[in-house]
Design a protein around this ligand. Structure first.
Ligand code: GDP
Ligand code: K
Ligand code: MG
Length: 299
């Protein structure tokens, strides 16, 4: 890790907000590589994941968090707890909201969690590529920010519009500091974890509602030969009916998931990939803290 030049700034930025506002898309766009999976399904992001942005003047470490919502089961509680830890352990908070609709109960729940923190907050109105936020929508977010010393920024995580300004606002709020990570590193997570996430993303994209939330992926083996990387992975589900859906008629669903995942992982490791996927039924894995920990979730 190089020694930081004089005036160099660094620190941690927590990205928070209700599910589906575009937190993971934003982090990927800011660091310039897809490390956090995204999808139209809420609760795509389960773990806290760091994305690292290094410039000659600063190093920003983004902490992507699962969307904040009221918990219903053990996994839900772990998710909200992780989000709360993230709030108090960062230097700046980026509270992301969806500029295509008015502020709602989910946004107000997050705003309440921010009442108790002394960390500077940027309220980021995302998705401005969709249609320019109407006055009613804008007013609802001004109301949300009223009585708070928050700075408002508008951008599109999808197109990158407005992100240069956002980056400037973030660096302005950081203190002088060292490099925390080597400047060429984009995430703190091992490649294997990202691989598992990219497989999970394909499952979220291709299967029906009931499957996504009860799926976990473990990467059991990664073997690199001169021209191809061979990956063995297991997908855990809670019920045999879900296993049936995942495999699909004549194995068609598994095939689709495998093809999509291979494409994504090839982009990640910049090389050829062969994936072998297995599906296992493991009842109630979501209730078990031990199993969550074994699969790489912070509990
Ligand atoms: P998260 O749950 O907050 O992490 O949200 P994701 O990053 O997974 O994004 C949720 C959905 O919103 C995905 O379908 C994204 O493609 C979409 N999305 C995210 N950012 C933007 C944006 O700036 N514009 C548009 N049009 N869609 C976006
Ligand atoms: K999502
Ligand atoms: Mg996410």
């Amino acid at each position: 890790i190089p020694i930081a030049p004089p005036g160099f700034k660094s620190g941690f930025v927590g990205i928070i907000g209700r599910p589906n506002v575009g937190k993971s898309t934003l982090m990927n766009q800011l660091i310039g590589q897809k490390i956090a999976i995204t999808s139209p399904v809420a609760q795509t992001t389960r773990n806290r994941l760091r994305g690292i942005l290094s410039t000659p003047q600063a190093q920003i470490i983004f902490v992507d968090t699962p969307g904040i919502h009221k918990p219903h089961h053990q996994l839900g509680k772990v998710l909200v707890k992780n989000a709360q830890i993230a709030i108090d352990s960062v230097d700046v908070l980026l509270f992301v909201v969806d500029g295509t609709s008015e502020a709602g109960g989910g946004d107000r729940f997050v705003a309440e969690l921010l009442e108790r923190t002394n960390v500077p907050v940027i309220l980021g109105i995302n998705k401005i590529d969709q249609h320019l936020t109407s006055e009613v929508i804008e007013q609802s977010y001004s109301d949300l920010a009223a009585n708070h010393p928050w700075t408002i920024a508008k951008f599109s995580a999808l197109t990158g519009e407005g992100l240069d300004l956002l980056q400037t606002l973030l660096v302005d709020r950081l203190d002088p500091g060292p490099y925390y990570y080597p400047p060429d590193l984009v995430t703190d997570q091992p490649e294997r974890f990202i691989m598992g996430e990219l497989i999970r993303e394909q499952i979220l994209l291709h299967t029906r509602e009931e499957v996504p939330h009860s799926v976990a992926v473990s990467i059991d083996q990664v073997e690199e030969s001169s021209d191809i990387t061979h990956i063995l992975a297991t997908v855990y589900v809670e019920r045999s009916s879900q296993k049936g859906i995942l495999i699909g008629k004549g194995g068609q669903m598994m095939k689709t998931i495998g093809i999509g995942a291979r494409e994504q992982i090839q982009k990640l490791i910049l090389g050829k990939v062969y994936i072998e996927l297995f599906v296992k039924v493991q009842p109630k894995w979501r209730q078990s803290r031990t199993q969550l920990a074994e699969l790489g979730y912070r509990v």
